[in-house]
Design a binder for this molecule. Sequence first.
Ligand code: FES
Ligand code: FE2
Length: 318
Amino acid sequence: MEKQRYPESWYPLCYSDELKMGKLLLLEVFDGELILFRSEEGTPGVVSRHCPHMGSDLSNGTIVKGRLQCPFHHRAYCIKGKCSNIPGSKKRQLGPHLKTFPLKEYFGIIFLYFGSRPKFDFPTFPRVKEKAVFSKALRKKLNTPYSSLLFNGFDTHHLTCIHNREIVSPVKMESLSPFHLGADYSMKVLVERFYDVAVKFFGIKVVDVHLDCWGGNFLIITNKKSLDNILITSVPVNARKSQFFLTTISEDRGTGLLGSFFQKLRLKMTSFLGLAFLRPDELIVEQMKPELRALDPEMDYTVVKFWEYWNSLPKNVL
Ligand code: FES
Ligand SMILES: [Fe+2]
């Protein structure tokens, strides 16, 4: 079977606290071909699943002093994928090594850059200047091919049909770098669903939205009247399934115990309402098969622009 190609970007793998010291974690995402573990210092590393010696499955291995030991001939690999020990061999050259990818830990999530060296830094957030505070990310699995999931945020046409919001200003889209696509639009809240009631409670009748999309899968949503950013970031599980994380991030204002309690509560509420807003999308994108050539150049302008951007991103394979 032909290997899937995915854009070079930052992808969420799992919660940080799922990766325990001294234990390996076989990831479900990226076709189950990656293994995570921590060094003795606690730094996370990700490596390919099969031993380059005779191809044994390293998910049956063990972590010994922060290194992944193959269950077959006990070669050991560090978090950089380097073979650091061949039992019984006096050779100085210890290869071959395992494939690895750059990792970062932010917002209680471990992110992987899907390339050998990042072509863009981990994105910054418009609402965070110095120190971030965030809600625990919500994770959702979908029976949706990864590529069908991506353009949803840019399909402003469906906001009226599915989310009962009316676009009230022309959508402005801007290519901010080869990896960074921005969009601005305003939408009127039409129907009072429970999450709309919460929005209206704060006196908001028109929601002004700014989108920052990085690498095709990393979407930062800024409501101009809010102090927070919503992050929705997705990752392929396999050719037919995907997974996304949603979290709300803000500047840590450090206003004492009570202040930070209410700030965290607000972030949690925003994430919860964000997920509720996306619920109608879950059914719609199930097993969807979009065709670029069928799109209407005027009505689907924002989706066409998104696909052009997505197609131009550098892609990689495992
Ligand atoms: S197959 Fe892994 S050390 Fe031989
Ligand atoms: Fe949607």
